[in-house]
Every structure is written in structure tokens, then in C-alpha cells.
Design a protein around this ligand. Sequence first.
Ligand SMILES: Cc1cc2nc3c(=O)[nH]c(=O)nc-3n(C[C@H](O)[C@H](O)[C@H](O)COP(=O)(O)OP(=O)(O)OC[C@H]3O[C@@H](n4cnc5c(N)ncnc54)[C@H](O)[C@@H]3O)c2cc1C
Length: 404
Amino acid sequence: MHALQGHRRWPRVLRDPSPREAYDVIIVGGGGHGLATAYHLARDHGIRRVAVLERAAIGQGNSGRNTQVSRSDYFHLVSSRFYERSLQLYEGLSRELNFNVMLSQRGKINLAHDSHELEILRRATNACRANGVDGEMLSAEDLYRLMPALNRHARYPIIGGSVQWRGGISRHDAVVSAYARAATGLGVDIIQGCEVRDFLRRGDTLVGVETNRGRIAAPRICLAVAGHSTQLARKAGLELPLTSMALQAMVSEPVKPLLDHVVMSAKIHVYLSQSDRGEIVIGGGADAYPSYAQRGGLPLLEANVRAALELFPALSRLRLMRQWAGTVDISPDTTPIMGPTPVPGLYVNCGWGTGGYKAIPAGGETMAYTLATGRPHRLIEAFGLDRFVAGRLIDEGAAAGVAH
Ligand SMILES: Cc1cc2nc3c(=O)[nH]c(=O)nc-3n(C[C@H](O)[C@H](O)[C@H](O)COP(=O)(O)OP(=O)(O)OC[C@H]3O[C@@H](n4cnc5c(N)ncnc54)[C@H](O)[C@@H]3O)c2cc1C
């Protein structure tokens, strides 16, 4: 209908509210996690006096910079339950939010280049199946059939792999916009251009935030600011065990369909997929040193391109269109930190490192429960800050060998 009217009568979707004096909950950070948390607070718990304070524009942080991979093939049971819930929510998200997030469950494949790696993949796949998550092993011939462009003469021979068929990608800016529109529709104030600079206290308890647009009061404040979590938490008197690193990605010019799946190699250290527009999306590991730089650099570009060509020599003639980076917050055990903190009134949702996009739906659902009740949701009980004191680490990086 709008097309017939020359696209002139689209109603404004996001309101542009001025901050009120007080809210029931303030969420700092308008990325996927902050917006999903606000949506679930309003929808599931009837808490609608909620503000999402975003210093720039929504989705300009990591939620709009990632490579969009979703999967739930985690090793440890606590991770598996959480990420499986998230994938299930993704599977119904377009319908629930009435917004096409373009979920494409095209299969996420891991390659094995030696018998040891194959054994690790077998162990991880068995763990998935024992946890009730889909997964299967693939032979080298299966892989060449599924991906004809895969290098048959690779320096590190490809001897097999594993796949989660329900894994895949979705459209990250659609996910951000979908949650923002749904939260706004339920009465949440999404306030862009509003930077939180400090906290208001009564005794030891946080009672609000100091922003560039004035003071705003709230008895519960949730930080969902990804790579800037340590800086902001420190202002509230909390030290978080996180390191901020740049994580880079790049895309080629668009080409005809060449790669039907998401494919990862932990050994060669690269992962690739093809976007709906035809671009080859290439990502690798985080930079080797802490940084807040949100831009790409040549050494990593070379390393990722070299690795991509090792797997798919046919890509060698493609031109790269863009390279960029986001600041990711990496915890010592590569598992997120979620829940209440020792600072009364302060809650955190952080430590997603290189893999929090896939967690947005369940992250929002469980943080909303935690904020509404003051108790960690059962799916995130194990993700609390106290695990670093108790020594109950959940080392997914070591268990599964893949971060994304
Ligand atoms: C290159 C790259 C590739 C990735 N690939 C994947 C992938 O394939 N799959 C996957 O699952 N994950 C991936 N990730 C990780 C994923 O993107 C993040 O874990 C996830 O987006 C984090 O979401 P968030 O809402 O917590 O943070 P963000 O989306 O970063 O949102 C935080 C927001 O907080 C705002 N903010 C910061 N400080 C303040 C302040 N003082 N006041 C107000 N607002 C503030 C920022 O402007 C930002 O908008 C990737 C990340 C990068 C960088």
C-alpha cells in the first residue's frame, strides 16, 4: 500500500521521547540485549516504565557489526540450555515481533583438519545430542558435496566435520529494529543520544544515572553496554573481570550463490558465509591485544583473507568491499556474566565476547525476569559474577574450541 502512495505515508515507528525524571528500570545500552530486555520486561512482566538509554543510535554497537551467526551447539549443559532456548526464540521471532528477521537456518559446519580435531568434534556433537540439541558428523565427501568450492588440496587436509543444521544466520539490523519497535509499542522509552556518565547513589545503593541529558532516577539499573562494561561498572564501584578487544570482520563484493552454509575452521582460524545480497562475509578471531578501536586493520585482514583462500581458492579474484570492527568484552571463561551484582540496584548483562548475537532473545528474556523478580532466571543462574569467586567456571572456549 505504501509503495502505491510513493512511500510518503509511513508512520513514524520509534518515538523520540525526552527522558522522564524517573523509571522503574533503566537499561543502559540500545543494542540487541538492552532492547530485548526492555521488550520482555514490558511484555512478560507488565513493567512498562522502562528507559533504554543509548549514547549513539540503537544498533550501532556490536549488534549491528557482527557476522550474524546463530547456533546452539555448546558443550556444557548450562550453556546448551541457554543457547538452545535462544535459538528456539529466534525460530519464532519474525512471527512474534511481526518483523522479518530473515532467519536462514542453512547449517553451521565445523571443519576438522586432523584426527584429534575430528575426535573433539565428535565429542562435542555427542554432547549436543545428549543435551537434546541437533548435530551430526560429516565425512570429507559429504563436505565436498555440500560445498563444491571447498579446497580438495588444502595444506591442512579436510578430513571431516560436524554440522548443526538448525544453525545459520539472520539479519542483525532487523533483529535490533524488531525489538525496538515492539518495545516502543509497549510503552518503553528508547532514548537515543543519551550517554550515561555516572551513577546516583543513596548510601551504597544506586538510585539513578547521570547523563548528558540530565539525571534520571530508577531503583534498578541494568548495564548492557558490551565492550564498555568495565568502564561504566567501575564508575558504579564494580570491577568486572573482562578484557575489551577489537573483533574484526569483512565482506567481499557480491557474487552469485557459491556457499550455501556457514563454515568454520578453528585450525585455520576463519569462518565464512554468504549474505542474501551475495557478499562473502569473513570473520576470524579477536585482535591479540586489548583495544577500544572500532575499526579494521591490515594484519588481520591479511590473515583472514589468507585463511579464507586456503579453504576456498575460488575467492581469490574477489574484491573486498568493507572491513570493520566492534569492541567485544571477553570474560576469563568465555561465558557471559549476567544477573545482580554486589552493588545494590546494579545488574549486568555482559561478557558476550565474540558470540552474543545469537544470545539476544534468551538474554533479553532471562535478564527481564531477573530484573523483575530480583532473582536470576534459572537459565542464567550459572552465569553470575560469583562463579569467579567460587571457581565454577564454564569454559566453552576450551570445551568446544570455537568462539562464535
Ligand atoms: C565483528 C563481530 C562479529 C561478531 N559475530 C558474531 C556472530 O557471528 N554471532 C554471535 O553470536 N555474535 C557475534 N558477535 C558478538 C555480538 O555482536 C555481541 O556479543 C552482541 O551484539 C552484544 O550485544 P549487546 O546488546 O550486548 O551490545 P551492543 O550491541 O554493543 O550494544 C551496546 C550499546 O551500548 C551503548 N553504550 C555504550 N556505553 C554507553 C553509555 N555510557 N551510555 C549509553 N549507551 C552506551 C553503545 O553505543 C551500544 O549501542 C560479533 C561481534 C563483532 C564485533
